[in-house]
Design a protein around this ligand. Structure first.
Ligand code: NAD
Length: 261
């Protein structure tokens, strides 16, 4: 599999799943646009490492995925530099855990903006160039929570169900244009996003943090282990390959059997 000469833009790729996806595409020859928050020196280290290790161009754009104008500018800049965004991976996301009646309104708004609306904004900005070329891959990193719910995650589950709907709608609109749009639905992956929610889940469920890992997190996954970031990256690479040309509008579970129950 080679993506030499192609460009992958991965939102939220300074950490976790997004970083693994960006790394995979770089290792397969694609130029990469990194995005996400973090320490500027750390991010520059990642950017330079990926470029030097894989002999590809890697740029970084610090656009805030809750700001539509910054998102549009990021995509425009990528298209101006590389000619197109061939592979768009909508991955940036945040989490907050609380009973619905206590859920802070600003957290609801932020989760809907970053986990759902940002994908609408990147897709609408990237599609014209994809249509002009008659080719493109859109991958939305959704979640098992795009298909099933858990208590205390009202905003996250709503946003991710929305991503599944957006995925299907876009897939139908561009089905005859050589462009695919799919959602990957991971179960629990041990990244900072999950590590941070363990104390809040423990509070909401009146459990210790160890109990949360065993009885809430790994209990949900029949494999009884976390999904690996590399396993998600592998599916993303496959979806961008020619063998996946007939896969579109799909929600692909990578959840150790969670959604099979
Ligand atoms: P993470 O916290 O390691 O990474 C999140 C990334 O998003 C970081 O790069 C962060 O800087 C970026 N980000 C956050 N807010 C942003 C903003 N406003 N603008 C730009 N970038 C922003 O988390 P992760 O677990 O790797 O999550 C990545 C995606 O995978 C998310 O959409 C998440 O919902 C999804 N997901 C994660 C899991 C899991 O168990 N970790 C499971 C299913 C789905």
């Amino acid at each position: 599999m080679s993506f030499k000469g192609k460009t992958a833009l991965v939102t939220g790729s300074t950490s976790g799943i997004g970083l693994a996806v960006a790394t995979r595409f770089a290792s397969l020859g694609a130029n990469v646009v990194l995005n996400g928050f973090g320490d500027a020196a750390e991010i520059e280290k990642i950017r330079a490492f990926l470029a030097a290790t894989h002999g590809v161009e890697v740029t970084y754009d610090g656009a805030d995925m809750s700001k539509p104008a910054e998102i549009a500018a990021m995509v425009e800049k990528a298209i101006a530099r590389f000619g197109a965004v061939d592979i768009l991976v909508n991955n940036a996301g945040i989490q907050f855990v609380s009973p619905v009646e206590d859920f802070p309104i600003e957290k609801w708004d932020a989760i809907i903006a970053i986990n759902l609306s940002s994908s609408f904004h990147t897709i609408r900005a990237a599609l014209p160039a994809m249509k002009a070329r008659g080719a493109g891959t859109i991958i939305n990193i959704a979640s098992a929570h795009a298909l099933i719910a858990s208590p205390f995650k009202s905003a996250y589950v709503s946003a991710k169900h929305g991503v599944a709907g957006l995925t299907k709608t876009v897939a139908l609109e561009v089905a005859e244009m050589g462009i695919t749009c799919n959602a990957i639905c991971p179960g629990y992956v041990l990244t900072p996003l999950v590590e941070k929610q363990i104390p809040d889940t423990a509070k909401a469920r009146n459990m210790t943090e160890e109990e949360v890992i065993k009885k809430v997190i790994l209990e949900a996954q029949p494999t009884k282990r976390f999904v690996k970031v590399e396993e998600v990256a592998g599916i993303a690479a496959f979806l961008a390959s020619p063998d996946a040309a007939s896969i579109t509008g799909a929600t692909i579970s990578v959840d150790g059997g969670w959604s099979a129950r």
